[in-house]
Design a protein around this ligand. Structure first.
Ligand code: BG6
Length: 484
C-alpha cells in the first residue's frame, strides 16, 4: 500500500471517535497500514496536538475492537497523529491546511498521497471539496481521494448538484461514497456465496425462489439525531442506500469478471430493472409507520412525537416496508419484500430467500406438512448462514420435520465495516463504495415514494418494541407469505 496522509474532517466528532479512529488503529495493529503514514485530525476545537492525541487514546480505550493491552502500542499509533484547529467553512483557512499537510509530508518523508475523509455535516461536502481544490490541496504529485459519508443529497436534484460540484474538484474514481452496509462481512459474502457455489446459481431465479425478504430492524429510536432524522425518515436514512444495496447484491447477475467496475455495472442493472411504483401501487405496495409509546425491556419508551427535538405533529416515518419487483428474466414475478424501522422488537439485519414449495399432494407433502426451504443470510448482529431443509423424524414414522444447517462467524473476531472500507479506500479498491450512477438511480427510483410520503400516504402507528405496523404483515399475507 502506498505511504499516505489521512486528513480527517470532523476529527473530534462522534463518528471519528467511535468508528474511524478505532478502524485506523485496528488496521495498524493488523499490520495493514502503510509503512509510513500520518493522520491529521481537523475540528474547530482549539486543541494542542498532545490533547488531541490524548483524545485518540481515550477513544481507543472505549471503542477499539482490540482491547488495549499495552500503552506502548497505542502511543506508537498516536505518534502518527497530528491536529489542526480548523473551520471547514472558512475558505481562507485552506492555505494553512495545505501548508500543514505539506510540512507533515516533509517531516515523515511521505509522497503527496492524500485521503480526505469528510466525517461532517453533509451540507458542507461540496464546499469542502471545492475549497480543497482552491487551496491547492488536490494539486499533488501523488494521488488524492475523497471519502464521503452519507447522506449524499436529500433527493435526486440535490444529489446531482452535489455531485456536479464535487466532480469539479475530484474525478469519479477519486470519490469514495460510503455505505457502511457494503463493508459488512455478510453483505460482502453474498457475492461469494452466490458465485463460488455451483448449487445456488441454477436455483437463483423465479423458477425456484418464491420471494426474498430483507429486514433491517433496530431497537434504538431517533436518539439525539432529531434534526437530521426529521428531514430524512426511514426512507432516506435506510432504504435509499442500505436496503437497496443489499437488494442489489442478492439480485445482480454474475459479473463478467470479479473486478470493481464489472460488479458495479451489474448492480446498476438491478436498479434499472427495479419497477417504478405508480401512484396506485404506492398504498398497495408501500407501508410506512411511526412508533408510539411502548415498553421495551420492561422500560417505558417515548413515542416518536414525544422525542426531544421532534415536531409534535411530525409526519416523518420511522418504519418502511415495501414490495419491490426486479423486472428482468431472472426475477420476473418474484416479490422482494423489504422492511426497516426503529424501536422494533429486535436488532437484526438479515436476508431470507424463500424457495418454492414441493408440489402439493406429492410424496411427503400429502398433508401439506412440508415447510419451504429457506436460506437465511444473517448480517447483524450475529453473522452467519443457515439453510432450512426437511428431514425424516427419527422418532415417528412418516413424519417430516424442518431441520436447520447453520454456519456462524460468531466466535471469530471480525474486522468492523469501517475497517474494511477504510482499508479499501487506502489501497484504491472502490468495489464496496457506491458509484455515482448507483446513487442517482437509487434517488430516481425513490423519488415518487418521497412525493407520496410528503402528500397523503398513510402513516400507521406501531407500538415501540413491537414488530411494526400490522399493515406490513398484510403486505405479505395478501400473497400467501409471512415475514421470517
Ligand atoms: C445508519 C443510519 O446509516 O445506519 C442509522 O443513519 C442506523 O439511523 C444505522 O441506525 C444502522 O446501522 P447498523 O450497522 O447498526 O445496522
Amino acid at each position: 500500500m502506498d505511504d499516505q496522509v489521512f486528513v480527517l474532517f470532523g476529527g473530534s466528532g462522534d463518528l471519528a471517535k467511535r468508528k474511524i479512529i478505532p478502524a485506523l488503529y485496528n488496521l495498524y495493529l493488523g499490520g495493514k497500514m502503510p509503512s509510513r503514514f500520518a493522520v491529521l485530525g481537523l475540528s474547530r476545537k482549539p486543541l494542542p496536538r498532545a490533547a488531541y492525541q490524548e483524545f485518540i487514546v481515550n477513544s481507543l480505550k472505549e471503542f477499539s475492537r482490540h482491547k488495549i493491552h499495552s500503552a506502548d502500542e497505542v502511543e506508537k499509533f498516536a505518534s502518527h497523529v497530528y491536529y489542526l484547529p480548523f473551520d471547514a467553512s472558512q475558505p481562507e483557512q485552506y492555505s494553512t491546511l495545505n501548508e500543514t499537510v505539506r510540512s507533515i509530508e516533509q517531516e515523515n518523508d511521505l509522497p503527496q498521497n492524500r485521503i480526505f475523509y469528510l466525517s461532517m455535516a453533509p451540507d458542507l461536502f461540496d464546499e469542502v471539496a471545492l475549497n480543497l481544490k482552491a487551496g491547492g490541496l488536490t494539486d499533488t504529485s501523488g494521488w488524492r481521494r475523497l471519502i464521503i459519508e452519507k447522506p449524499f443529497g436529500h433527493d435526486l436534484a440535490s444529489a446531482t448538484l452535489l455531485n456536479e460540484r464535487i466532480s469539479s474538484a475530484f474525478a469519479e474514481h477519486e470519490v469514495y461514497r460510503i455505505d457502511h452496509y457494503l463493508g459488512k462481512e455478510m453483505v460482502q459474502n453474498i457475492e461469494v456465496l452466490r458465485f463460488a457455489n455451483s448449487i445456488f446459481e441454477p436455483l437463483w431465479n423465479s423458477h425456484y425462489i418464491a420471494n426474498v425478504q430483507i429486514t433491517s430492524s433496530e431497537l434504538v429510536g431517533v436518539e439525539d439525531r432529531a434534526s437530521y432524522y426529521e428531514h430524512a425518515g426511514a426512507l432516506r436514512d435506510m432504504v435509499q442506500n442500505h436496503m437497496l444495496q443489499m437488494l442489489m447484491m442478492v439480485a445482480m447477475e454474475p459479473p463478467s469478471r470479479l473486478n470493481t467496475e464489472a460488479i458495479r455495472d451489474e448492480k446498476v442493472k438491478v436498479l434499472r430493472s427495479l419497477r417504478k411504483f405508480t401512484q396506485e401501487d404506492m398504498t398497495k405496495y408501500v407501508v410506512r409507520g411511526q412508533y408510539i409509546p411502548g415498553k421495551m425491556d420492561g422500560q417505558h419508551v417515548l413515542g416518536y412525537l414525544n422525542e426531544p427535538g421532534i415536531d409534535a405533529h411530525s409526519n416523518t416515518e420511522t418504519f418502511v416496508a415495501a414490495k419491490l419487483f426486479v423486472d428482468n428474466f431472472r426475477w420476473a414475478g418474484v416479490p422482494f419484500y423489504i422492511r426497516t424501522g426503529k424501536r422494533l422488537d429486535a436488532k437484526t439485519t438479515k436476508i431470507v430467500i424463500e424457495f418454492k414449495g414441493t408440489p402439493e399432494r406429492l410424496y411427503f407433502n400429502q398433508d401439506g406438512q412440508l415447510k419451504t426451504n429457506l436460506l437465511t443470510i444473517q448480517v447483524n448482529p450475529s453473522e452467519g448462514i443457515s439453510m432450512r431443509l426437511n428431514a425424516k423424524s427419527p422418532e415417528k414414522d412418516g413424519v417430516v420435520l424442518p431441520i436447520s444447517i447453520d454456519f456462524s462467524q460468531e466466535t471469530k473476531d471480525l474486522p468492523e465495516a469501517y475497517e474494511r472500507l477504510i482499508f479499501d479506500a487506502m489501497r484504491d479498491d472502490p468495489t464496496f463504495f457506491t458509484r455515482w450512477d448507483e446513487v442517482s438511480l437509487a434517488w430516481k427510483w425513490i423519488e415518487p415514494v418521497l412525493e407520496a410520503f410528503a402528500e397523503d400516504q398513510p402513516l400507521f402507528p406501531y407500538i415501540a418494541g413491537s414488530a411494526g405496523p400490522k399493515e406490513a404483515s398484510e403486505l405479505l399475507r395478501a400473497d400467501g407469505f409471512k415475514w421470517w
